[in-house]
Ligand binder design. Sequence first.
Ligand SMILES: NC(=O)c1ccc[n+]([C@@H]2O[C@H](COP(=O)([O-])OP(=O)(O)OC[C@H]3O[C@@H](n4cnc5c(N)ncnc54)[C@H](OP(=O)(O)O)[C@@H]3O)[C@@H](O)[C@H]2O)c1
Length: 317
Amino acid sequence: MKAAVYIQYGSPEVLQVNDVEKPTPKDNEILLRVKITAVNSGDVRLRKADPFAVRFFFGLTKPKINILGSVFSGEVESIGKDVKKFKVGDFVFGHTDMSFGSYAEYKCLPENGSLALKPANISHKEAAVIPFGGVTALHFIKKAKIKKGQKVLIVGASGAVGSAAVQLARSFGANVTGVCSTANIALVKSIGADKVIDYTQEDFTKDGETYDVIFDTVKTIPVFRSLKSLNKNGIMILSAAGMSEMLQGFWVSMTSNKKVITGVISHTAADINFLKVLIEADKLKPVIDRTYSLEQIAEAHAYVDKGHKKGNVAIEV
Ligand SMILES: NC(=O)c1ccc[n+]([C@@H]2O[C@H](COP(=O)([O-])OP(=O)(O)OC[C@H]3O[C@@H](n4cnc5c(N)ncnc54)[C@H](OP(=O)(O)O)[C@@H]3O)[C@@H](O)[C@H]2O)c1
């Protein structure tokens, strides 16, 4: 089968489309024919080994996992003998978790992994791009227990995580303000933000407004500066936190009436099913910036490297 393979960390050109062995499903696995995947910020971090700590988990001198890609939509081609939840021909979408490997024509997935039947009202392309931002935003929104009537600020509202966070926080009944650049104001309004702050014109830390929850998806503002915009007993979510923000967050949580939530996300099939229900109810819409072919994977990575994609970048496999 065809797959985008990388055997060393580095620039987008380390990704090469090669022929590799087609996988065979274990008894509890499905074999998925991948139709669409996406290039996410997580893939880029692994490709570059950025931050350095990536190497402690994914290979010190070279990557141990050679096929990136963590989201997918496609068709079940065959199933292991113990699989009960899915059958050949089903259309499914989801997240590979830490096994990656969806930049390929085929991928084996445990039937109890983070996958579900594709929502019927959207295309494979739309379904494939939802899970990365969707499960990340959902993980943190659940941790922060965002509820009806709360004032929530989403920084980076036009990214994959941010565009999902705006829609999920709204679906939980919050009043949402999104922070983005001028070019993305219309987009962020169109996905349901009640108010938009253009970060090229205004600084939310200086306008006197305060929020119950600040969800910073992009880590562009120092923790102690944005804390001033958080209400007493407020919660700050830092989904892009590095070691230094994690330590600052720990300090804030220990010494003040404010709480900082960081860390690596986790997710299950229930989360993908939760997203599916929202999609089918028209409460969660995918945001797609560009689409590339698998052969153009290096080009797609170079675009995502710039840090300004709008929502998601899809890959046709
Ligand atoms: N904790 C976890 O387990 C976990 C899981 C998934 C992702 N993450 C992390 O979450 C972060 C966000 O991921 P993502 O996929 O959403 O990133 P992304 O889609 O690449 O984010 C790009 C977006 O960020 C916006 N942006 C850049 N600078 C900004 C600023 N100063 N203010 C507001 N918006 C700004 C850009 O808009 P403009 O073009 O308008 O600037 C662009 O739309 C990444 O660091 C990723 O590693 C963490």
